[in-house]
Design a protein. Sequence first.
Length: 61
Amino acid sequence: MKKWIKEGIAWGIIMFIMMIIVFPWIEGEEITLKRVLVGVLIWGAGGLFYGLLMSKLKADS
């Protein structure tokens, strides 16, 4: 697996946990299945985009 994919997945997982589970739990909000599923899609795509963008920026340096 390419390094940028691993980096993007790791970033996406960390952001998913923080934004979908930890912060709503601290604020006393309900964590629903819909929120989790939408979060997986958003942070999965966002993580891969982040990894690809970082690999392109590192290559240009």
